[in-house]
Structure formats: structure tokens, C-alpha cells
Design a protein around this ligand. Structure first.
Ligand SMILES: [Fe+2]
Ligand SMILES: [Fe+2]
Length: 284
């Protein structure tokens, strides 16, 4: 039996109030554009992630670990709710049309159809690891989540989503490590993320810029994208952990547990972080 472990979590089925949301919810232009792009990318990226993980439910690694089967169900429930809530948020912010005209849905569907089950799982793990890096570098390290000038209704959505992303990050990357440990698979996945996924995300950012500044959106986009890249340049070490076959996300992720507990508490779902692993044992 392959050893696999994960943080225990469950779908929280929240209720959000999207009435009277301030469309100008964040005063910093580049951060507003960035988080709106993340919100627009979420529905189609996460439908792809669900398809990729669901493809493994009949594999021995899952069948030999009934708790993992249950956790994959929870994982998919969380991602399903993220797609629904972010679509509602995008509509409330008046940016939903940007999502509809983007190439993201076609791009993600093409990846599912044209690549193997393993390649799609590897891309999923890479995307989940990017989200994990995004949360650390642009949400926590910048103290964005403590900014009282933000519309708190919008911030609440991101707090909830990031809490669940930190919780379930270990599922996709530990599942990948349990079924494949080759550099070739991960390098290919990184290549597909860089050449297929990231350019569509950049187009979404440029479209948001065009929406806010129809006349001089190119120069504004260049400045904002440069500022966003600045955050990521500080976190190359976090992102490259994806290529470390011995990376233990549970052990290395200990710094995230206080945030998971704090944000669960804020959402009214306070509970300590538990780890579950092959054999069904649990420990806090
Ligand atoms: Fe998500
Ligand atoms: Fe996720």
C-alpha cells in the first residue's frame, strides 16, 4: 500500500451576502485587478481540477484508502462551491462577461481531452501548488487579508476560499506523489501550465484592464502585471517545491495551520487541524 496522508477537512457550505457590494472594493488597482482575475479564473480552473481528481476514484491508491475516497468527495464539494460562489461574486462585481468571453473553458477542456489521466493530475497538482503559493505570497505575506479598507463582503469570500485551498492542497500533490515520482511528468505539467494556462490568465488580466481603462489599458496592464510578478519573484522557493519528490506538504505546511484555524474560526467553523494517513490513523 502506498503511503499517503492529508489534512482532514470538510465542505463548509457557506452563505454570502452579495447585496450592495462595492464594485470598487479594493483601492489598490493592481491588487484589485489581480484578485478579480483570480475570481474569474476560479470556475473553469476548478471544474478542470475536479475532472482530473475524479478520474482517480477507481484507482487502487484510492480504493485501498477509503478515507481518501471520502476526502476526494469533500475536495470536489469544496471546489464545486468555489465555482458557484465565485460566479455569483463575478456577477455582483459586474465582471462576469469577461469570464464568458475568455478562452479559459476551451483551454481547460482541451487539456482534459488531449492528455493522459496522469498528466491531468500532474497539472492539477501544479495548479493547486500555484494557488498555495499565491495565498502565501500575495494574501498572507502582504497582510492583504487584514486590510480594513477592503469591502469586507468580498474579503470574506477570499478568506473562505483560501482556507479551503490550504486545507485540500495536500490531496492533489500527495496523490500525485503516491502514483508517480518522475521529473518528466512534472516538467511536462509545468510546461503545459506555462504555455497553455498562464497566457489565458494574462489575457483575462488585460481584459479587466480594458474594462476599467478602455483608452490606455496596455500601459496600465504592463505596470500592474510587473507589480504582480514582483510578489512571485519573492517566492520562487515555495513554487519550486513542486519539483521536489520528497516534499512533505504536511510537515512543510505547518506554517499554514494557524491560518486555517484562524480563518475557520472567522467563518464560524472553528476546528483544530487533524492529519489522516494510510491505515486510517489520525493524529493532531
Ligand atoms: Fe478552490
Ligand atoms: Fe483547490
Amino acid at each position: 500500500m502506498s503511503l499517503i496522508k492529508s489534512i482532514e477537512f470538510y465542505s463548509k457550505k457557506p452563505e454570502f451576502d452579495f447585496n450592495n457590494i462595492d464594485p470598487n472594493w479594493c483601492q489598490s488597482r493592481h491588487l484589485r485587478v489581480f484578485w478579480e482575475a483570480v475570481s474569474l479564473i476560479t470556475p473553469e480552473a476548478e471544474k478542470y481540477i475536479m475532472r482530473s481528481v475524479r478520474a482517480y476514484v477507481n484507482e487502487p491508491i484510492v480504493k485501498e484508502n477509503p478515507w481518501l475516497e471520502k476526502l476526494i468527495e469533500e475536495f470536489n464539494s469544496q471546489e464545486r462551491e468555489h465555482t458557484v460562489i465565485h460566479t455569483e461574486l463575478n456577477q455582483a462585481l459586474g465582471i462576469y462577461a469577461i469570464e464568458r468571453r475568455s478562452e479559459l473553458e476551451a483551454t481547460m477542456r482541451h487539456l482534459t481531452k488531449s492528455l493522459s489521466k496522469l498528466d491531468n493530475l500532474a497539472i492539477t497538482a501544479a495548479l493547486e501548488h500555484i494557488f498555495f503559493s499565491v495565498i502565501k505570497l500575495t494574501f498572507i505575506d502582504t497582510h492583504f487579508y487584514k486590510d480594513e479598507s477592503l469591502d469586507q463582503k468580498v474579503l470574506e469570500v477570499f478568506m473562505w476560499h483560501w482556507c479551503e485551498e490550504l486545507e485540500h492542497h495536500s490531496v492533489s500533490i500527495n496523490l500525485l506523489s503516491a502514483v508517480d515520482k518522475s521529473y518528466k511528468t512534472r516538467i511536462h505539467a509545468a510546461y503545459k501550465v506555462l504555455w497553455d494556462f498562464i497566457p489565458v490568465c494574462k489575457d483575462i488580466i488585460v481584459d479587466i484592464e480594458r474594462f476599467y481603462s478602455p483608452k490606455n489599458y496596455r500601459s496600465k496592464a504592463a505596470v500592474d502585471i510587473a507589480k504582480i510578478i514582483g510578489y512571485f519573484s519573492k517566492g520562487i522557493a515555495v513554487s519550486t517545491k513542486y519539483f521536489d519528490m520528497d516534499y512533505d506538504i504536511i510537515k512543510e505546511g505547518e506554517w499554514t495551520w494557524p491560518y486555517i484555524e484562524e480563518w475557520r474560526e472567522n467563518m464560524g467553523h472553528g476546528a483544530p487541524v487533524n492529519i489522516i494517513q494510510s491505515g486510517g490513523s489520525q493524529f493532531a
